[in-house]
Write a new protein. Structure first.
Lengths: 407, 340
């Protein structure tokens, strides 16, 4: 062998070795990911009766647009494909199949609504496609054993009820609790959460529960019966129309319980004003997203970032819409997961990193609340803060309270 | 009138094209369509097979609506309700009682037939606009009623179903398997409808639609036929509903809103009212036009949908098959007379 040959051999060996490392650095990719982009899919009702939630999808898209303008995630642009499902589960199934089978998205993100998400959960888990940070308050998304590819986001109704229960145990030890709840999964999650928190005291402390159907014209008789039980704490786990009736009736009866209202029904415009603002003073609810209309946040950095972002990327959006503040935080969480993935953008790793969030501070969420997840913990938010209505606005007060399972 | 009636049939029977009668040509056409239907899943992706499966399901639902609205002239804005009842019958039987999926179709048929007949009784007293309003009320009420019987229906959360798996020997995937199952059911349903509508019953239904008074004067039991039309119509749509539950693998009240009923009526008008082939085209419209509209405009998909509907109704008011059918026949006949 001549010197020339040896040299050539050495060069080629080195070249192969370099090529090998380059290939490794270029990363591992699942469907929808490459050196240039990451495809993320979503369904949301842009049309139909639930189309007010469309603002969340538009907010998500606007957030990713901002990230892309700043160079994307680890040099890759996010290609966010959001489709309209009109809140109709059969349509969601079809759209999600299109996203997975034709658009080849890496993961689904922030799909909205309990029925639509229930409809696609089986399909996505069978096909091992991440269904991340679903936009619903049901309790069932935190189930890594049976559905390892589905992860929740919103604090569930049950978590919220546990928070009320814990506050009551600590601050109103002699409480006699009356509960008005909607007779469906939503209302029953509240009862379950309250019982979780009160533990063996539940039977003694809860003096009466009354349910209503969404077909009932009023809940007046239920409220009268609940007052008759002698309770000094009232919990209204009702959707807006009936929550307004409940608040109004409690006021009319001159009953002065400590009154907790689910944060589903705390809109000043659609619930408290019809119920009567004077009758709403002193109501307690819980929150985790910053209310964009609350003046106390206007100097905080994330609020200012949010407003600037709204002006540039979502100028049509309503600056008072808490849904957009929510979308901003949820998208930031998704971006955090993708950052953690580094160059390993497989579906396996996306799920692994989603279950590996450590005290991530989500923008536009109340100060101090962070999210953490783990292989056995698919419920990102566990803390909330209580807020009291002062006749004009909701004011947060007290410490953060954990609504996680166990004490 | 009488002269036409006596002279026309032999004239039609005599027409032969390339040595084959019109009926034979029609049969060849149907066989070609069936062959195309069999080949289709292997020409398109799994996802598209799934979409065509849904289109066939809608076609069966529209066929049901067509019996009532097209042939019998009773307008229903509430067929989504029968679709929902069929879907929930299948879901509850499979989920709670472990009934095999194929056995839920006859059950859905029976239940929807009974419901349809019961609903048809009061409907006898209502005509046109009033019947449309009452059936619309049915469409509005059903999603809420489903939530009310939560113990059975799973309320808002709905019912998750396990999709049937194809047997080993077929060697095909789940989507294509379901496609063929639905395809076979659809063929049976179209055959049944054709037999029903091309015979005595069909003539009676049409007579009632066109001239209720002369129909009853001729001895047609108007009340009986109208109620039966309602029942049969609900039966077809109910079977379609049951198949949709099996194919989608999930039912919940949100899937059966009033818009479903309206899109059924739109689909059957676009396809061709009072035609047997119309529902096929209508099913494709119901399935694909909303997607098409969405692809064109995210902001205003329903405006595009509306525009598509207007174009269809403006250019072919009698519906696709209502327009093409007679023209195709005339064309064939002209071809026959010029070549002979």
């Amino acid at each position: 062998m001549t010197m020339k040959h040896i040299l050539a051999a050495t060069v080629s060996v080195v070249a192969i070795a370099i090529a090998g490392t380059v290939a490794l650095a270029a990363g591992q990719y699942g469907p929808g990911a490459s050196d240039k982009e990451i495809k993320i899919g979503n369904t949301i009702p842009y049309s139909g009766p639930a189309s007010a939630y469309g603002a969340i999808g538009k907010g998500d898209a606007a957030y990713f647009a901002m990230i892309n303008d700043h160079g994307g995630v680890n040099g890759r642009k996010i290609n966010f494909i959001s489709r309209d499902d009109g809140y109709s589960p059969p349509k969601t199934v079809e759209q999600v199949r299109k996203l997975v089978e034709e658009d080849n998205v890496l993961a689904l993100f922030n799909t909205l609504g309990t029925p639509p998400n229930t409809a696609i959960q089986g399909y996505l888990n069978d096909n091992k496609v991440p269904q991340l940070f679903v936009s619903t308050g049901a309790d069932k998304w935190n189930d890594p054993k049976n559905h390892p590819w589905t992860m929740g986001y919103n604090p569930s109704y049950r978590v919220e009820a546990r928070i009320y229960g814990r506050y009551i145990l600590k601050n109103i030890p002699d409480a006699k609790i009356a509960v008005l709840y909607q007779n469906d999964d939503f209302g029953k999650d509240y009862l379950a959460g309250l019982k979780d928190a009160l533990g063996d005291k539940a039977d003694k402390m809860i003096v009466m529960t009354k349910s209503y159907e969404t077909t009932d014209p009023t809940v007046d008789s239920q409220v009268v019966a609940l007052q008759g039980s002698g309770a000094n704490v009232m919990i209204t786990a009702a959707t807006p129309k009936w929550a307004a009736q409940s608040i109004r009736k409690v006021g009319e009866l001159g009953w002065k319980p400590t009154h907790f209202v689910t944060n589903v029904s705390v809109s000043v415009g659609t619930v408290l004003t019809p119920a009567g603002l004077d009758k709403s003073v002193g109501l307690i609810t819980s929150a985790y997203v910053k209310d964009p209309t609350d003046a106390q946040w206007k100097d905080s950095k994330d609020f200012q970032d949010w407003t600037a972002w709204m002006k540039k990327y979502y100028p049509d959006g309503n600056l008072a819409d808490a849904n957009i503040a929510y979308a901003y935080g949820a998208s930031a969480t998704m971006v955090q997961v993708l950052k953690q993935c580094g160059d390993n953008l497989t579906r396996d790793n996306v799920m692994k990193q989603a279950a590996n969030l450590k005290n991530f501070a989500v923008p536009m969420v109340l100060p101090g609340i962070t999210i953490s997840t783990g292989p056995d913990d698919y419920a990102p938010f566990k803390q909330m803060q209580l807020a009291k209505f002062d006749g004009h606005n909701w004011k947060v007060f007290g410490d953060l309270i954990s609504g996680g399972n166990g004490s | 009138m009488t002269e036409r009636a006596t002279t026309m049939p032999p004239a039609i029977a005599e027409i032969r094209i390339a040595g084959l009668s019109e009926t034979t040509w029609r049969r060849i056409g149907i066989v070609a369509l069936i062959a195309f239907g069999i080949a289709l899943p292997f020409l398109v992706s799994k996802y598209q097979s799934f979409q065509f499966t849904l289109a066939m399901i809608y076609a069966v639902a529209l066929l049901g609506l067509n019996i009532l609205t097209g042939y019998n002239g009773q307008i229903s804005l509430g067929h989504g309700a029968f679709f929902a009842v069929g879907a929930y019958t299948a879901a509850i039987l499979m989920h709670r009682f472990g009934v095999p999926f194929w056995a839920t179709l006859p059950a859905a048929a029976v239940i929807c037939f009974i419901l349809g007949v019961l609903f048809g009784l009061p409907a006898l007293r209502l005509e046109g606009l009033y019947l449309a309003l009452v059936t619309l009320a049915l469409a509005l009420a059903v999603p809420q009623i489903l939530k009310y019987f939560e113990g059975w229906t799973g309320g808002q959360q709905g019912i998750n179903l396990i999709k049937p798996k194809p047997p080993e020997w077929t060697g095909i995937d789940k989507d294509r398997w379901l496609y063929y199952l639905v395809f076979i059911v659809m063929l049976i349903m179209f055959r049944l409808a054709a037999n029903l509508l091309r015979g005595r019953t069909g003539r009676a239904l049409i007579a009632i639609r066109d001239h209720p008074i002369s129909a009853s004067a001729m001895g047609i039991d108007t009340a009986r036929y109208k109620t039966l039309a309602f029942g049969t119509s609900a039966l077809f749509t109910g079977i379609a509903g049951a198949m949709s539950a099996i194919v989608i693998g999930y039912v919940s009240p949100e899937g059966f809103g009033p818009f479903l009923s309206i899109s059924f009526l739109v689909g059957s008008a676009v396809g061709g009212i009072a035609t047997i082939g119309g529902p096929l085209v209508g099913g494709l419209f119901v399935q694909f036009i909303p997607n098409f509209a969405n692809d064109i405009s995210d902001a205003a998909p329903w405006a595009i949908y509306g525009a598509c509907m207007l174009i269809c109704m403006y250019t072919v008011p009698e519906g696709a098959i209502g327009y093409l059918g007679p023209r195709l026949g005339r064309l064939l006949r002209r071809f026959a007379s010029s070549s002979s």
